[in-house]
Unconditional design. Structure first.
Ligand code: PLP
Ligand code: COI
Length: 338
């Protein structure tokens, strides 16, 4: 195996095994191990036509001691059940989710990047309706799978400030839609705006609330946060994904003596922030250097242009320190796989 761990991007690659489990006749079957990345299904499967699918994203980290750590995967299991309920998929029990994640990581242990490379093993659980329907209604057969791949940073800059672009031309989710769920349709809806942002030289798109286009929602595949006056400020919105990273940062920031505000953030307030960033499993913490609002002609800039701000840097160190086992985990967020 010849992997350049330090220069991994966020991309698909083959590993040894994945795990799968079918839901049929009202119950979940046995967890199966497969070495094929292919799946076979009826062309009428509801996931293909009507987007009846949910996915998750989490990571396994290797510590200095060589041991493998999982971060808050009980939260991913819970969120997948919320997504399932929201689009009428069969819910994956907590124990099945956790067993599947643990098993697939152990089976692919050799792909968990060495400590100190900045890389990790990305874990992608996936739940789809495979039973065929041509009318719009839920499937009666579901497939839950988990596959993994070693990854580096989502934004190629890594822990370097990026520029992002406010989008008003498209919404990724409606106020009473599925934005708070991790379902494929939201990502399909985001592709044009993210592609437009990329074409214009930006790392991603920043969404505003769909109803009024007045408040910040989230940043492509990551939540948004801002720092001002020793306060961690992050949007409260019904159409953003409740990020486990963001929730963790709020706890860390609070324990660092900061105030936490989860509330509407008006676009104009961007002018007043000392630091801003995007956070998520894949994005980790990505500092923002510049937010461009083409429609108003405004550009909001943060920091010295090349380095993360001091609070963002502290949050990053603490979060990744816990994830890689370099600092103590006072919260019980880490599960060591032995
Ligand atoms: N927002 C969106 C749209 C996402 O896809 C993700 C990634 O999962 C996040 C936010 C961050 O969530 P988390 O921190 O749980 O990975
Ligand atoms: C994650 O952060 O795990 C995500 O799922 C974002 C993804 C769209 C790459």
């Amino acid at each position: 195996m010849n992997i350049d761990w330090k220069n991994l991007g966020f991309g698909i690659s083959e590993t040894d095994y994945n795990v799968r489990c079918y839901y049929r006749n009202g119950s979940w079957g046995e967890l199966e191990i497969s070495s094929s990345p292919q799946i076979s299904m009826h062309m009428g499967a509801t996931c293909l036509h009507y987007g009846q699918e949910s996915f998750e994203g989490l990571k396994a980290y290797r510590g200095k001691d060589g041991r493998i750590r999982l971060f808050r995967y009980d939260e991913n299991a819970k969120r997948m059940r919320t997504s399932a309920e929201g689009i009428m998929l069969a819910e994956v029990p907590q124990s099945l989710f956790q067993e599947a994640v643990e098993k697939v990581v152990k089976l692919n242990e050799r792909f968990v990047p060495p400590h100190g490379t900045g890389a990790s093993l990305y874990i992608r659980p996936l739940l789809i309706g495979t039973g065929p329907q041509v009318g719009v209604r839920p499937a009666d057969v579901f497939l839950f799978m988990v596959f993994v791949m070693p990854v580096g940073p989502y934004f190629k800059e890594g822990f370097k400030p990026v520029d992002i672009m406010i989008t008003r031309d498209h919404d990724r989710a409606a106020p009473l839609g599925t934005g708070h769920l991790k379902v494929g349709g939201n990502y399909a809806a985001s592709m044009t705006s993210v592609a437009e942002a990329h074409d214009a030289g930006f790392a991603t798109a920043l969404y505003l609330d769909a109803r009024e286009k007045k408040y910040i929602d989230e940043a492509g595949p990551a939540n948004f946060f801002a720092i001002r006056d020793n306060t961690y400020i992050t949007p409260d919105s019904s159409s953003i994904l409740p990020s486990i990273t963001n929730k963790s940062l709020q706890q860390i920031a609070s324990d660092m003596g900061m105030k936490i505000e989860k509330r509407h953030i008006e676009v104009g307030e961007l002018e007043t922030f000392e630091e801003t960033g995007a956070c998520g499993t894949a994005a980790v913490i990505t500092p923002i250097r510049k937010i461009v609002d083409k429609d108003t002609g405004k550009t909001y800039t943060y920091g010295d242009g090349s380095n993360p701000g001091p609070v963002t840097a502290k949050l990053y160190e603490r979060l990744t320190g816990i994830q890689y086992g370099d600092v103590e985990d006072p919260y019980g967020w880490i599960t060591i796989l032995d």
